[in-house]
Ligand binder design. Structure first.
Ligand SMILES: Nc1ncnc2c1ncn2[C@@H]1O[C@H](COP(=O)(O)OP(=O)(O)OP(=O)(O)O)[C@@H](O)[C@H]1O
Length: 591
């Protein structure tokens, strides 16, 4: 099965919930021709039956009593009413097709987009670390809309044009089979042209989309790090980088334009040659009495009309290539496997006790490069675990394994004596509150950021959480209090304020296991004191893992894991003052 056919099959399957609306659109497309054919009817009746005095056609007289007398003025009225009726019909038709197209198209795109967005969120961090976010954004925003372009913008006109074309060939066949054969032969070079150009267009579209996505990656990266770009005065360099990526897209677009232009030129020339042939052979046939002059005129006018559906078919096929390329990009992403998966019969967990155990755990981001090597330890409920080690030792990687952002290559991790792979993933992640070195806030209000982990939190609970996190005072000083908007990634707040909101979020989530990744490392001494006081409150009654480079912070812990170069050098428990003092000497001498 060709890749394009597989994509077509998948697209049809994805559009299945909307088949009734899509079917309705197809029917509406077929109705377009009869409605436009009705337009000159009123004028014809006025000329032939009003001025010409011919008797009115039966499809009009049918609506009048048998002995009704059609005077000139009644025919004029009939013509006027017909004009109005056809206009009403045509406008109702346009309104219906507009609304049905918009509704079906938007539904198709929205559900496709939602599916991709949900899938991207489920993909493991390993995928996102490798691929970055820009290509995924481009796919969600732009590539997904191709399902609408494909089904409504291209497929529907393609089918209706195809049926019109077949109908015309049949009519030409009835008039003169030789001419019908010529039209069929005319189709052959067109099929060849279509096959050649679609292949070329598909490759070009792929290049264009990949390079447009790359250009967007530059914009995304630069806007996310605008402070650094400005500080180093690198605006010009970034513009050039954007220009270079956009150039590739532009070249691809030009190649598409050339292929399409040459394609339409060749189709036009093929038609012109066949029309010339028709006129030549037709004239001879008429002279030999093999066909009438009227038949020849009709066949030539039909041939001219054949051009319209063929032109529509080739344009739709061009559009389909671009849509198929986008759909292929989306399906490639949808086919990416989730590396962190749930088992078939996952265990539910409401609230863990907080026993965390590593049994011979090894881990690597890239299969060969071991970051953690055969780590074993057991932590009991309520333990405060300090994780220390030099930079790059593997501390954050250890935390990534505990939260199941990644799975180990070998060994097992247990929570409350059950392998963490056996838990329902959502239930499992609900057992953790995470406070990072760089707190992540969303571009909404302070209140919404605090209640992020518990959507139904009451105003009072949000207030209490903020008080526990030493955040209430600064929040009340903000212009709109708890309703203050924090800006993208919370950039309208200071680092210390962001950190206290992150702590309030952890308070409200009230998870049994707390993970702190150097929460005070970027704060000044006063803010650090406030944050540490809140952290102290937050740690009560929870198993806590705290990464820190500061030995004085470690004195709050009753277990210390010392990691170096991916190996667990030492597990220091309780009465560790002496051990810490010894570490301090070692630590200072190695860092
Ligand atoms: N996503 C990733 N893909 C590949 N390698 C990674 C990734 N994240 C970290 N590493 C590598 O894994 C090693 C351990 O990194 P990790 O972040 O766990 O160290 P750390 O002890 O937390 O360091 P630091 O104290 O500097 O934050 C480093 O050599 C790092 O380069």
């Amino acid at each position: 099965m060709s890749p394009s056919f597989i994509i077509l099959k998948r697209t049809f399957a994805d559009a299945r919930p909307y088949w009734s609306s899509i079917g309705f659109i197809f029917v509406l497309n077929f109705l377009a021709s009869p409605i436009s054919l009705m337009k000159p009817l009123a004028l014809k009746i006025l000329i032939d039956n009003g001025f010409g005095g011919k008797s009115v056609p039966s499809y009009i007289s049918f609506f009048f009593p048998f002995d009704f007398e059609f005077t000139f003025i009644t025919v004029v009225w009939i013509s006027v009413i017909l004009v109005v009726l056809v206009a009403i019909l045509e406008n109702l038709y346009n309104l219906t097709i507009w609304i049905v197209n918009a509704q079906t198209g938007e539904n198709l795109v929205r559900s496709f987009r939602m599916r991709l967005f949900s899938h991207i969120q489920r993909l493991s961090l390993a995928y996102h670390d490798k691929k970055g976010s820009s290509d995924s954004i481009y796919k969600i925003q732009f590539d997904t809309s191709s399902i609408r372009t494909f089904i409504i913008g291209n497929l529907s006109p393609l089918l209706s044009s195809f049926i019109t074309l077949v109908g015309m060939i049949i009519i030409i066949f009835i008039i003169n089979w030789r001419f019908a054969l010529i039209v069929c032969f005319l189709i052959l070079p067109i099929v060849f042209l279509i096959r050649y150009s679609t292949k070329k267009l598909k490759n070009d579209w792929k290049k264009v989309m990949d390079s447009e996505s790359n250009a967007m990656a530059v914009v995304h990266e630069v806007l996310g790090s605008l402070r650094v770009v400005k500080a180093f005065a690198q605006e010009k360099r970034e513009s050039n980088r954007f220009m270079a990526k956009s150039d590739i897209a532009m070249k691809g677009q030009m190649s598409i334009a050339w292929t399409s232009a040459i394609f339409y030129f060749l189709i036009g020339m093929t038609f012109a040659s066949v029309t010339a042939g028709f006129i030549y052979w037709g004239a001879i046939y008429v002279q030999q009495g093999l066909m009438t002059l009227g038949e020849l005129t009709m066949v030539i006018s039909y041939l001219a009309q054949v051009y319209a559906p063929v032109d529509k078919i080739s344009k739709s096929l061009n559009g389909i290539q671009s849509s198929l390329t986008s759909m292929e990009r989306v399906y490639n992403l949808l086919d990416e496997k989730e590396e962190v998966k749930e088992t078939s019969n996952p265990v539910s967990i409401d609230r863990a006790k907080g026993i965390v155990e590593f049994q011979g755990v090894s881990f690597a981001y890239n299969e060969s490069d071991y970051i953690l090597d055969n780590i074993s330890f057991k932590i009991l409920p309520g333990d405060r675990v300090g994780i220390m080690g030099s930079t790059g030792a593997g501390k954050s990687s250890l935390i990534n394994l505990i939260t199941r952002f990644y799975d180990p290559i070998s060994g097992n991790i247990l929570l409350d004596n059950i392998n963490i792979k056996d838990y329902k993933l959502n239930d499992y992640r609900n057992q953790f509150s995470l406070v990072l070195q760089e707190p992540v806030l969303f571009s909404s209000t302070i209140a919404e950021n605090i209640s992020y982990g518990r959507k139904n939190a009451s105003e009072n609970e949000i207030l209490e959480a903020a008080k526990s996190a030493n955040a209430h005072d600064f929040i009340t000083r903000c212009s709109s209090g708890y309703q203050t908007l924090v800006g993208e990634r919370g950039m309208q707040l200071s680092g210390g304020e962001r950190q206290r909101i992150a702590l309030a979020r952890a308070f409200i989530k009230d998870a049994p296991v707390l993970i702190l990744d150097e929460p005070t490392s970027s704060l000044d001494i006063n803010t650090e004191l406030q944050v540490m006081e809140a952290v102290e409150r937050l740690m009560k009654g929870r198993t806590t893992f705290m990464i820190t480079h500061r030995l004085d912070t470690l004195s709050n812990c009753n277990v210390i894991l010392h990691i170096e170069k991916g190996k667990l050098l030492e597990v220091i428990k309780e009465n560790h003052a002496d051990a810490l003092a010894r570490k301090k000497v070692n630590f200072l001498s190695t860092t």
